[in-house]
Design a protein around this ligand. Structure first.
Ligand SMILES: Cc1ncc(C[n+]2csc(CCOP(=O)(O)OP(=O)(O)O)c2C)c(N)n1
Ligand SMILES: [Mg+2]
Length: 891
């Protein structure tokens, strides 16, 4: 090979480049872009095959994805839309300012909505479909901190009266107020999806989009007309939940899903990526995951400059500025921009010499330009086979000027002084006089003004107002009671675990003609652990594309069957994703008018402990369904040890007000709870959901005693009274879940010490605790009425003897109902870290087996002066208990 001198080399290269470009131009001019695609791909493959390693790049230049030449003009009146937007801006700002004047420190956010106003207004005027549109309308996750903007718009729409605006963040004010953020629990006619815990909106929206497909594929509801929009902040993308499921969205080709990320480059404290570029970073991540990425960085003002950028110097300059510096340009004046942005290259300076400093300052960014945003949304809607993410560049606190625009403090800005208000008013042309401005009054033009007429007409054409929540679902009246009858009989000598019983209940429900199709089993890669693999074949695993392969176990009875009408949502190892599916299925009664009944079955340890915030969002969403924590119990799940043995999720679950928690021991208890749950949630339409723990210890399931149904549901009932009620030494023993059997054994052991004990099954300390407090509260508030008796007190009215409770959970659970007990109660529980061991040793270690229940009862009797302490000391020997053993609560 001949050596080419560098000079000669670059000339040759320039020539080559020109020739190649001309060839490409020829193909482009033919108008077939797919051909260009194929050509370049084949060239790339050829280069690779010839040993040329091409650097990987997931990013495109720092430019808008949609070229100006490819844009369509905004339909409708841009001018009226601008005026509407200004009014919303003003009222949103005034709401926060007024709230903080009325009540200093009440909070609220001005700058989030200020930066996102165009992103929302283009949606409201052109895209967001309301419930009256075919397909049920769009599902929209509004960014939580932008809520003042949504309220301000609803005020213009006439949906929220001005009194409520006065009471923003004052929900307890007479007449009610507006909740700080989107909370369906608090505003059930308005908000549909809670979003303010950052990261949850994005992941919920992904699984919602997938669930929409599921409903359609399974013939339950036609949803293909509906889009799922998720609006999120750029700072929010740091939450693992925000990006953690984007792979699923691409894999499932969810073209019904659109993310809009408001890239104002700032979060609460300061820049999201001061030293980097969040837009480029997100582009790479989303493109890598297989999403369609649309960048909306520059507004139309920049189009002529870019058109004049023949050498690519402007594009190069745009791409080399880091976000912290871009933020600086936002707060500085035009002269600074000229000097520091354009000043690095005479060609750049030349490009803007016709623009004044003021004009430079006003060069709009893409996210503030309705035409750019409109075209991005339109392209997203037209995209097939992929979800779309729109990365829109904006300025945080846009329009606040000196009061906060682009400043690091802007997120926390809640106040505006008179001169700030005046500037804001003038900038957005709000007809409020100087005399009134100091008050920051709300402004709504007359109903027949062009703005309000336009706004109403647009919403009418798009199918009604959003956000708006209305429940239009028929109560489920199918007779389900016969399904549960067999469980009252017990297992007639056979051993079974409550997990096995649960699977049997689920299978029966699934086979039921009327409600079977509504059941949605959700499992995060744990079906075999829970013995649920028989469902694979019976009802199939949902897959939009069916099964494109021959499963290795095809010749077996229980093969791994994927099907387009499959019913199980086998989510893989993602409790967060599964929980998001649970929320989608458990709120379908409101979203889609379909009573789907989700059962999310998971390792109990990886539920409340891992995804409690999503469970909180589920509760806020008024979800219905059953969370089933399987292989539960600190000492019942043998072998697994510290990370898997759950002895505390029942304590977590108590914190969720509309979640009913149960720790049942027997088949009939579980059956009664599920049966009643379905009645309450789907027939009575109560907004509650259930947390049930089921265990893997197998024992005989007894038949259901007479008259215990109510007790099971209320939280406790007398299971086995003593045969010797007249005995001198008496005790009441309380057992739950698998530990109930230990308590029953203790009842027999205690007979040797002449102690006669009654045994109670406690199915829910949480329900007992809630009832006790509700009762006390009522009594406190109604001193003239006959006092009510808590359910615990009613049960214990004539129950003699010392009180000892044992469960496989923290001692605090029994302790929580101590105050309604007639005497002090001694609690045994599993405080501490689990161990890898067998059940017997674990129960000895945690001091919850029959021996410890016996010992605790004797110790209580001695404490009471009814028994000589020597008997207790002897019992310690008899029961082979080491008094110097480690304290499990601390070791
Ligand atoms: C899980 C969670 N952590 C922290 C917060 C507190 N918080 C509220 S807004 C905010 C900054 C938001 O920044 P970004 O997502 O960029 O939104 P922007 O307001 O800039 O649009 C933070 C940290 C929260 N709401 N949720
Ligand atoms: Mg931000």
């Amino acid at each position: 090979m001949r050596n080419i001198a560098p000079q000669e080399n670059s000339e040759l290269e320039a020539l080559e480049q020109r020739e190649w470009r001309e060839s490409l131009d020829y193909v482009i001019q033919q108008g077939d872009r797919d051909r260009v695609h194929r050509l370049l791909s084949s060239l790339r493959d050829y280069a690779r095959a010839s040993g040329v390693s091409l650097p990987f790049s997931a990013v495109t230049p720092y430019l808008n994805t949609i070229r100006a030449e490819d844009e369509t003009p905004l339909p409708g009146s841009q001018e009226i839309e601008r005026r509407i937007k200004s009014l919303v801006r003003w009222n949103a700002m005034a709401m926060v300012v007024r709230a903080n004047r009325a009540s200093d420190g009440i909070g609220g956010h001005i700058s989030t909505y200020a930066s996102a106003a165009t992103l929302y207004e283009v949606g409201f005027n052109h895209f967001f479909r309301g419930k009256n549109k075919d397909g049920g309308g769009d599902i929209i996750y509004f960014q939580g901190h932008a809520s003042p903007g949504m309220y301000a718009r609803a005020y213009l729409e006439g949906r929220i009266p001005v009194e409520k605006l006065h009471n923003f963040r004052r929900e307890l004010a007479p007449g009610g107020g507006l909740s700080s953020y989107p909370h369906p629990w608090l505003m059930p006619d308005f908000w549909e999806y809670p979003t303010v815990s950052m990261g949850l909106g994005p992941i919920m929206s992904i699984y919602q989009a997938r669930f929409n497909r599921y409903l359609e594929d399974r013939g339950l509801k036609k949803t293909s007309g509906s889009k799922v929009w998720a609006f999120l902040g750029d700072g929010e993308t740091d939450e693992p939940e925000s990006l953690g499921a984007i792979g699923l969205a691409a894999r499932e080709k969810l073209d019904n899903l659109i993310f809009v990320i408001n890239c104002n480059l700032q979060r609460l404290d300061g820049p999201v990526r001061g030293n980097g570029q969040i837009i480029q970073e997100l582009e790479a991540i989303f493109r890598g995951a297989g999403w369609n990425v649309i960048k909306v960085i520059w507004g139309s003002d920049w189009d002529p400059l870019l058109a004049a950028d023949r050498d690519g110097v402007l594009v190069k300059r745009m791409g080399e500025i880091v976000d912290g510096q871009y933020q600086k340009y936002a707060v500085e004046d035009g002269a600074y921009m000229r000097e520091h942005f354009f000043g690095v290259d005479p060609r750049l300076l030349d490009m803007v010499k016709h623009l004044s400093d003021e004009q430079l300052k006003k060069l709009r960014l893409g996210g503030h330009d309705p035409v750019k945003v409109y075209n991005a949304y339109k392209a997203a809607l037209e995209t097939t086979g992929q979800p779309t993410v729109i990365l829109a560049r904006t300025i945080k606190g846009y329009g606040l000027g000196e009061a906060g625009e682009g400043k690091n403090i802007t997120h926390q800005q809640k106040k505006m002084n008179e001169s700030d208000l005046r500037v804001f008013r003038t900038r957005f042309g709000i007809p409020i006089s100087d005399d009134e401005i100091a008050d920051a009054p709300f402004y709504r033009p007359p109903d027949d003004s062009p703005e309000l007429q336009y706004l109403r007409e647009r919403r009418k054409a798009l199918g009604g107002y959003v956000p708006s929540r209305s429940v239009k679902v028929e109560p489920l009246n199918a007779p389900i009671d016969p399904l549960f009858e067999e469980f009252a009989k017990g297992t007639e000598g056979r051993k079974a675990s409550t997990t096995m019983v649960f699977v049997r209940i689920l299978s029966k429900l699934l086979r039921d003609k009327e409600i079977g199709e509504l059941v949605v089993p959700i499992i995060p890669d744990e079906a075999r652990t829970f013995g649920m693999e028989s469902l694979f074949r019976a009802i199939g695993i949902y897959s939009h594309v069916g099964q494109k392969y021959e499963p290795v176990d095809m010749d077996t009875l229980l093969y791994y069957k994927e099907a387009q009408n499959g019913q199980i949502l086998e989510e893989g190892i993602t409790e967060a994703g599964s929980m998001s599916s649970f929320i989608a299925a458990g709120t379908a009664y409101a979203t889609h008018g379909v009573n789907t009944i989700p059962f999310f079955i998971y390792y109990s340890m990886f539920g409340f402990q891992r995804v409690a915030d999503l469970i909180w969002a589920a509760a806020d969403s008024r979800v219905r369904g059953f969370l089933v924590g399987a292989t539960a119990g600190r000492t019942t799940l043998a072998g697994e040890g510290l990370q898997h043995q759950d002895g505390h999720t029942h304590v977590y679950s108590l914190s969720t007000p509309n979640c009913l928690s149960y720790d049942p021991a027997y088949a009939y208890e579980l059956a009664v709870i599920i049966q009643d749950g379905i009645r309450r949630m789907y027939r009575e339409q109560e907004s509650i959901f259930y947390y049930l723990t089921v265990m893997n210890e197998q024992y005989e399931m007894p038949p259901m005693p007479e008259g215990v149904r109510e007790g099971i549901l209320k939280g406790m009932y007398r299971l086995r009274p003593t045969t010797n009620p007249k005995a001198k030494l008496r005790a009441q023993l309380f057992g739950s879940g698998a530990i109930l059997n230990e308590v029953l054994k203790a009842q027999t052991l205690l007979e040797k010490y002449n102690v006669a004990a009654d045994v109670w099954s406690v199915t829910s300390y949480q329900e007992l605790y809630r009832d006790g407090h509700a009762c006390d509260r009522w009594n406190m508030l109604h001193p003239a009425d006959a006092p009510r008796l808590s359910y615990v007190a009613q049960c214990m009215k004539d129950a003699p003897g010392v009180l000892v409770a044992a469960s496989d959970y923290l001692k605090v659970l029994p302790d929580s109902i101590d105050q309604w007990m007639p005497r002090r109660m001694r609690s045994l529980g599993t405080d501490g870290f689990g161990r890898s061991e067998d059940r017997a040793r674990l129960r000895d270690f945690f001091e919850v087996d029959s021996r410890f229940v016996t010992l605790a009862t004797l110790a209580e009797l001695a404490h009471d002066g009814q028994l000589d302490r020597k008997v207790v000391a002897q019992a310690i020997k008899d029961l082979d208990i080491n008094p110097e053993k480690l304290n499990p609560a601390k070791s």
